[in-house]
Design a protein around this ligand. Structure first.
Ligand code: GCB
Length: 595
């Protein structure tokens, strides 16, 4: 593991990025800290014309004199749940894109020797935070966490916290103007007030060496540049107790050997309790250890080649027509993937909440996590590039201790160009600055049939930058078969492992129809399509994994068909009501037969 040699640089860079706006990269493992939840019912004001900021509604003033009046009040109006998206909470907000103000009051038991941080798991898409009438921070990016220190800004009682949230699509955003999922807006993940000691454990990275089965690398960073501070790492079950000292940067690093370590795997997702402590602070959590690397055309997990039996899902509960945000939601999504026989999840197309990531690890799924570099991104725009870099760093920082995390995904369906290459190389570097142990991948949709050679090929030299090449290919749906599936031979990314990261087609649950006709929208046609694709997979020599698209039907505003779609992408193996379609059983059999 290259333990963040450039951590200081990247930390400084991200501080610079945020310097004028107050939000900071979140501390590691917020769930293992002392926090007060600020979830629950919040007051809300819908601000379609963006008038609230000019009118300083975050002051929440009340008339005092005889002539005073205010044309707003947070009290007595709309009430919304946090976390949740706004779209699923009120029928009139179903398609809403714009600004909504959220507000709540809270009390806190301040302690002289403690610091306080406001933590947001995610706010979709951009936000400004106001505390007691003052703007204290901003953040852009709808799927990653951030924090703001409020130690000197909070009172013991009656703090007024307001959040201006905006989900307007813009060309310079990530994702940009059009994407195939619902543009849910709101405070979509947990909000906590975290209490820490003055000098606390800001970050740690504790994982197995990339190749060695018994060598753990650890790096701990304090919140302050406190030199010569003792740090202890304990793994009681392995009888590990390491004592280290911080350097001038407040950083302590160590590599140590462990005896009788049971490595994590999908079949046996063993996790160990790891305790990190300093004289003032103590954080603990369950951490797993495994090796993952690539050699030639194979992916090795714990020194053995593995076939990745994956599925994708969006962070959405179809039955609720809303974004997933809780542990119960994670149970629902992951149980269905487990039943299908998967050993991996591609978390599409953005970092999903920590409940999902942590539970997936406990249940034995490898994970692919990506940021929403989804078609149509403005690769020439330097601001967009830095935003993307920041987003990917926030993702990697949050999840780098999850051994389930196997892949960092840098893009989905991009077209070759110099600006794209530079942009994606920068993102890869952002990942590697923090973590060199994971595999880097990206999904491409450029595979085409070469009629002269009678094989499927792809030209994108960028794949050489990747550990594993991923291809989205919709044979039998967006693409007609140029040859029968048993003759569909691939010569793509030779010498590298290849994953089919998407394939599938739409079917309306319960619809029977002609098994040969695409426009029947029937489960029968979807079943044919799955059988055909599984046949084709036999002719992809370097195929090391498949991830069908998609676990469940999901909401998408550009799926217009009035009776078959009605704002739903129907490629789910499971319907919006949770019923399994015929293709589900085909995929299940396929996965069960791969040992
Ligand atoms: C794709 C995209 C995915 C879409 C899917 C589709 O290639 O990566 O986000 O939802 O196709 O259904 O068209």
């Amino acid at each position: 593991m290259k333990l963040r040699t450039t951590i200081i640089t990247s930390f400084i860079l991200s501080c610079l990025f945020f310097s004028d706006i107050g939000a900071q990269e979140s501390m590691i493992n917020v769930y293992g800290r002392n926090y007060q939840s600020l979830n629950g019912k919040w007051d809300a004001i819908v601000d379609l014309y963006d008038q609230g900021r000019n009118n300083k509604i975050f002051l929440n003033k009340k008339p005092e004199g005889k002539t005073d009046f205010y044309e707003y009040s947070f009290d007595g109006g709309l009430r919304v749940n946090v976390p949740s998206d706004w779209n699923s909470q009120l029928p009139e907000l179903k398609y809403y894109e714009g600004t909504v103000w959220y507000a709540r009051r809270f009390d806190v038991q301040k302690e002289a020797d403690k610091r306080l941080f406001l933590y947001f798991g995610a706010v979709s898409y951009r936000c400004r935070i106001y505390l007691n009438g003052k703007e204290i921070g901003q953040h852009e990016g709808g799927f990653t966490p951030f924090q703001i220190e409020v130690t000197d800004l909070v009172k013991d009682t009656d703090n007024f916290l307001a959040v201006e949230v905006n989900n307007t699509r813009t060309v310079d955003a990530i994702p940009a103007m059009a994407f195939d999922w619902w543009n849910y807006g709101g405070i979509t993940r947990d909000v906590f007030l975290v209490k820490t000691p003055k000098t606390f454990i800001q970050d740690y990275f504790i994982q197995l060496d990339k190749y060695k089965a018994d060598k753990v690398d650890a790096r701990i960073q304090l919140s302050e540049k406190a030199a010569n501070t003792s740090i202890e790492i304990e793994i009681p079950e392995l009888k590990v107790k390491q004592t280290l000292k911080t350097d001038n940067e407040g950083v302590a690093s160590v590599s140590f050997n462990v005896k009788k370590l049971e490595r994590w795997s999908p079949e046996s997702p063993k996790l160990y309790k790891v305790i990190v402590s300093s004289s003032d602070d103590k954080v603990e959590e369950m951490i797993g250890f495994r090796n993952i690397w690539v050699k030639g055309e194979d992916v090795y997990l714990n020194d053995k080649p593995i076939f990745l039996k994956s599925i994708s899902f969006h962070e959405e509960i179809p039955q609720r027509k809303g974004r997933a945000f809780s542990e119960a939601d994670a149970v629902m999504l992951l149980s269905e993937a487990k039943a299908l026989g998967c050993n991996m999840i591609r978390l599409a197309h953005y970092p999903q909440n920590e409940y999902t990531v942590r539970l997936a690890e406990k249940m034995g799924f490898l994970l692919w996590e990506e940021i929403p570099i989804w078609q149509g991104i403005d690769f020439k725009n330097e601001d967009t590039k830095f935003k993307a870099g920041n987003m990917i760093k926030e993702m990697v920082m949050r999840d780098k201790n999850r051994c389930a995390l196997a892949f960092w995904g840098v893009a989905n369906e991009t077209q070759p160009s110099e600006p794209r290459n530079e942009f994606l190389k920068y993102l890869i570097q952002c990942c590697k600055d923090i973590d060199t142990t994971r595999l880097i991948t990206a999904a491409f949709d450029l595979v085409r049939f070469n009629r002269d050679r009678q094989v499927f090929v792809m030209d994108d030299p960028f794949i050489k930058e990747l550990d594993v090449v991923a291809v989205n290919k919709y044979m039998g749906w967006y693409h007609q078969w140029p040859v029968t599936p048993d003759k569909a031979i691939w010569d793509v990314a030779k010498g590298q492992p290849l994953i089919i990261s998407e394939f599938g087609g739409e079917a309306l649950y319960g619809k029977t129809g002609d098994a040969d006709i695409v426009s029947s929208w029937s489960e029968d046609y979807q079943a044919t399509l799955y059988r055909d694709n599984l046949e084709m997979f036999k002719h992809i020599p370097n195929l090391r994994g498949t991830s069908s698209w998609v676990l469940s039907d999901f909401r998408s505003p550009f799926r217009f068909h009035p009776t078959n779609q009605e704002d739903w992408n129907r490629k789910g193996l499971v319907s919006d009501q949770g019923y399994r379609k015929k293709a589900w059983y085909i995929m299940k059999e396929y996965y069960d037969n791969i040992k």
